[in-house]
Design a protein around this ligand. Sequence first.
Ligand code: SRM
Ligand code: SF4
Length: 582
Amino acid sequence: MTLPRTSDLSRPLGELHDNERLKFDSQYLRGTIAQSLADPITGSVTEDDAKLMKFFGIYQQDDRDLREERRRAKLEPHFQFMVRVRLPGGVCTPAQWLALDAAARETANGQLRLTTRQTFQFHGVFKPSLRRHLQSIAAAGLDTIAACGDDNRNVICNSNPLLSPIHAQVSALARQISAHLLPRTGAYREIFLEQPARASDAEEEPLYGRTYLPRKFKIALAVPPQNDVDVFAHDLGFVAIVNEGRLEGFNVLVGGGMGMTHKVPTTFPRLSDVAGFCRPEDVVAVAEHTMCIQRDYGDRKDRAHARFKYTIEDRGVEWFTDELARRLGRPLEPARPFRFTTSADRYGWHQGADGRWHYTLFIENGRVCDRPGKTLMSGLREIAQVHTGLFALTTNQNLTIAGVAPAQRAQIEALLVAHGIENAQQASTLRRHAMACVALPTCGLAMAESERYLPSLVTKLEETIAALGLQETPITLRMSGCPNGCSRPYLAEIALVGKAPGKYNLYLGASANGDRLNCLYLENTDEGRILEALRSLLKRYASERLAQERFGDFVVRTGIVPAMRAGREFQRIAVERQAANG
Ligand code: SRM
Ligand code: SF4
């Protein structure tokens, strides 16, 4: 099914972004990583090697809390690595959970971080421990290949494969797509797992070629009515069409994405377009060809314009469907109707089609660690020691303890209560619908706090919510420390996006099912003004809302913000508001 590549050197490398030459010259991502790792003088690797290591799920970072102190002491930054696991569909076994828990304590900062793409991140891995850390992940049957980098990222889907046979089928497809689009280079095995090179590694990248993709590429599969994966935020989305319990196929969605740059109107979040329908047996081919269309046509000069959403925005969906039909040998079928009701997780106990139970546990901002009175990491370790089902990570940074036999439910429940982590013990409705990206102190791109700040902001809003009698009303609230949008903030009913320390843009009005973007309401504002604005809007909402009306719909219906679907419009309104505010 693989077509010849046109990405490699169809244009002179000199005209392209520097990263293209780096990839081209890297001997399939080897670069000088091995030498960098061996250098005892510094805790870092070279800038080029840091870029190449991203393709293996490894990010060079430094503790930003310590930057100034170390600079004054004339020490290099406190270099460390973030490691992200590839976990298609977000599922692992209890044995794998225990192995990752041990790796976190032995070679990282003692915590696990569940991400918005349903996988694990480790923070605080130091250079001398990096290989050991990756080898312990490999010993658990997992890897970190393509968890970052210009390649196909972790393929996500509704998380719990044990919920129904349809969920199992969709989860299996997520794993199949991930395996099919995985970079083949032997660099990972040789450098990090210290295994000998293989003769079969000669033509290492049949799909990617030497320059891989222009930028990251993200795929999600969703089973309506749940849109927890935010399928419209993806380069490529598949929406399951189920008829009388049978998976008929998938609507194919293209050109979504969140990232943008403040005040740069050519960058914007974009919701994907529905391009057509394909049969389950064609999903892997559609994924391959779509990724390869982006490989061949994506912008390799300007990385701020290199995501697939800009290729689609610039060339149009019809161009894409024609190109896909040419490569696939037939056109997509017409799209089928579908309806999403929510992008939230279903918390607590629910029963699957086979009678087994599943408990979706709220994990504040995905951070798994022990705190006084709330020993989440120890609790989950104990559960993993007795649990016989699976762990399913959700794309809202939560965890489903999946496949609990009826006879074992009481035991799991007792452990949750004993560790102070049962949902009702730890979180209000508002908190359960809130999530934040990592941001400071590890994220090098953060402009403001996010994960460390959101919990206290929620506490302040909880008082208002309680006074207005809205305690049981779900409202999605998302925070990102910069406009890259790692918590998918532009799809939240209320969103705060960092601009500077203590300053955020406030966005309002996305739908609760992920099919409408929000809109800038206040720019570069501090906590005082944010709380004042939200308190007065929530007061109006409490008294003027229609029955069952969501906050995001309310602010649109009452004209507080316009309904937003198009990315360019999103930025045009932002620019107008910024101009009006001087
Ligand atoms: Fe992200 C970069 C964290 C999901 C858009 N993201 C980063 C980096 C690696 C910072 C960096 O490049 O140096 C962050 C590491 C922080 C840290 O210290 O751990 C980071 N992104 C995360 C995570 C951990 C957020 C979280 O709290 O869960 C998520 C990991 C997902 C995973 O497991 O793979 C995460 N990032 C997302 C999402 C949401 C999604 O994919 O559904 C988005 C928006 C969707 C999209 O891609 O359009 C997202 N991250 C970005 C971007 C902007 C990309 C763009 O098109 O402009 C960057 C910056 C970049 O790539 O240049 C970025
Ligand atoms: Fe870092 Fe920005 Fe992503 Fe938050 S949104 S993790 S600050 S890149």
